[in-house]
Design a protein around this ligand. Structure first.
Ligand code: MCA
Ligand code: AMP
Length: 499
């Protein structure tokens, strides 16, 4: 049966004995083993009741079986829904209610908590960091041949939640076409081949580590050194055996802080890629001076996959995100009217192409707001194109903080703070951080007579929000600065509390 992504990414490796994933324990899963493992897991999903188009939630540690689970979802016609392992039970409850999955796969330690959130017609299976769990046991006993379920280019392959300015996360519906077209454009732009060995230290629950890094490797047949997380020691040990790395800017600033980073260490490396957050020109230049490599910066979003990239062969210009990928159109528009602006003017970045998602799950109104009838998606990022068409991102229309490549929407954090008894209102904003790019600060106004302390507020927030979203500092103010229209002036707060 034809299945767009499975046929392109996984089926061709059925008899490929080349290494695919090598974990921190030094064990390698070959491509052929991977294909067989995916088939075994596909049997487990079907036995658990998964049918065409059913969502499969995965909140699992980074293991090779977690990647096989993604492939198994493709092969069985399910929709893969990965979730950040840092999410609290309150956050998970929202996603599970919204997506109504048939199966939830979680770390063994979270089984009891997830069981209480599990819909009546769904079930929970486990996959732990040690590679053990009920999913593993069942897969070990299953056949390693599975009749691939038919899926076409417009069918859903993934549902990725992305926070929003309204404070409610939205599920971006990614089709087989969206993912395959983008992987193909990136393999072409970055010239990835079966001779590459990728250092993979990103989480696999977001577009960057999942689709950008793994779909391109699968398409090209590249080898992946699969690390549980970003540890400079481990990356430095692997650089001399590798050719490619993809990371967020924090990876590069942390590597630069290590004296072992030298041109010799990087002599087999072909390409360092950065994305998910702005790469400072000073980081780009310092990396070049230290290693001789110009980091290639690219730009993307969950809803669109990758949009632009600096060239592989041409000039990689610091502070710019390069040119639209093949097949993808970018226009810069007037944020108020939506009309295209003359070249050189700053405006809203809008994107159209086979990479752009089909809409938000269960949110037709929000989809209509962000996705025009013409097919252009309104990114919320402000940019400018130079005479050659090279794009630079100069700001954001959306109220968003990016820390270490993770997105934090202030509204969601403000809602959590405002819900605490004794808080009148709050404003959450980002300030520059040398390690994570930005860090989260909260200005809080208490109700008259409230005896709340900062520790009380921090504890109240911790119960509901993942650690990475929690403010690093709180300031208690008598009133928030507002303009004459009554709007909170976050620029004033940012200037006042800049480190
Ligand atoms: C960890 N912490 C963070 C972050 N990461 N806090 C804010 N922002 C973060 N990104 C918390 C930890 O819980 C811990 O809290 C404290 O900060 C210090 O942790 P540390 O050990 O330094 O963190 P780490 O484990 O080294 O992680 C930093 C990291 C990681 C390596 C930068 O966050 C990471 O891998 N980021 C990549 C995110 C990513 O893949 N983004 C792509 C999204 P405590 O001390 O209290 O315990 S996809 C996307 O954006 C689009 C599509 C695109 O274009 O790619
Ligand atoms: P996400 O919602 O996690 O998909 O994050 C997408 C957002 O990350 C984009 O809208 C941008 O604001 C930001 N982003 C991604 N890549 C870059 C980059 N290279 N430079 C600046 N911002 C980026």
């Amino acid at each position: 049966m034809a299945n767009t992504l499975y046929d392109a990414l996984i089926a061709p490796h059925r008899h490929n004995d080349a290494p695919f994933l090598t974990g921190d324990d030094g064990r390698t899963m070959s491509y052929a083993d991977f294909v067989r493992r995916a088939a075994q897991i596909a049997h487990v999903l079907v036995a658990a009741g998964v049918q065409l188009g059913d969502r499969v939630v995965a909140q699992v540690p980074k293991t090779t079986d977690a990647v096989a689970l993604y492939a198994a979802c493709l092969q069985s016609g399910a929709v893969y829904l990965p979730l950040n392992t840092g999410y609290t039970k309150a956050e998970l409850g929202y996603f599970i209610t919204d997506a109504a999955p048939r199966v939830i796969i979680c770390d063994s330690k979270d089984h009891a908590a997830l069981q209480t959130l599990c819909p009546a017609d769904a079930s929970v299976l486990t996959l732990g960091a040690d590679g053990q769990g009920s999913l593993v046991t069942a897969a070990d006993a299953a056949s390693d041949e599975f009749a691939t379920v038919a899926r076409g280019p417009d069918d859903l392959a993934g549902l990725l939640y992305t926070s929003g300015t309204t404070g409610r996360s939205k599920g971006a519906m990614m089709s087989h076409r969206n993912l395959l077209s983008n992987a193909a454009a990136l393999v072409d732009r970055w010239q990835i081949t079966a001779r590459d060995r990728l250092i993979h230290a990103l989480p696999i629950f977001h577009t960057h580590g999942l689709f950008v890094a793994l779909n391109t490797s699968l398409l090209a047949g590249a080898e992946v050194r699969f690390m549980a997380g970003f540890q400079p020691d481990a990356v430095i040990a692997e650089l001399p055996q590798s050719t490619l790395m993809m990371g967020v800017p924090t990876f590069y600033t942390r590597l630069l802080a290590d004296v072992r980073l030298t041109p010799d260490l990087c002599s087999t490396m072909r390409l360092f890629i950065s994305g998910s957050a702005p790469l400072l020109a000073e980081t780009h230049d310092a990396f070049h001076a230290r290693t001789g490599h110009k980091i290639l910066e690219r730009y993307g979003m969950t809803e669109t996959n990758m949009i632009t990239s600096n060239p592989y062969a041409g000039d990689r210009v610091a502070g710019t995100v390069g040119f639209p990928l093949t097949g993808t159109e970018v226009v810069i528009t007037d944020p108020a009217s939506g009309a295209p602006l003359p070249q050189g003017e700053i405006g809203m970045i809008e994107v159209r192409g086979p990479n752009v998602f089909s809409g938000y799950w269960n949110m037709p109104d929000k989809t209509r707001e962000d996705l025009r009838d013409t097919g252009f998606f309104i990114t919320g990022d402000l940019g400018v194109a130079d005479a050659e068409g090279r794009i630079s991102i100069v700001g954001r229309m959306k109220d968003l903080i990016i820390a270490g490549g993770y997105n934090i929407y202030p509204k969601e954090v403000e809602d959590a703070i405002n819900a605490i008894d004794g808080v009148l209102e709050s404003a959450v904003f980002g300030v520059p951080d040398p390690d994570l790019g930005e860090q989260v600060i909260a200005a809080v106004v208490l109700e008259g007579g409230s005896v709340l302390t900062v520790a009380d507020i921090a504890a109240g927030v911790a119960s509901g929000l993942a650690r990475f979203k929690q403010p690093r500092h709180y300031v208690v103010l008598d009133a928030l600065p507002r303009n004459t229209m009554g709007k909170v002036q976050k620029n004033v707060l940012r200037a006042d509390y800049r480190p």
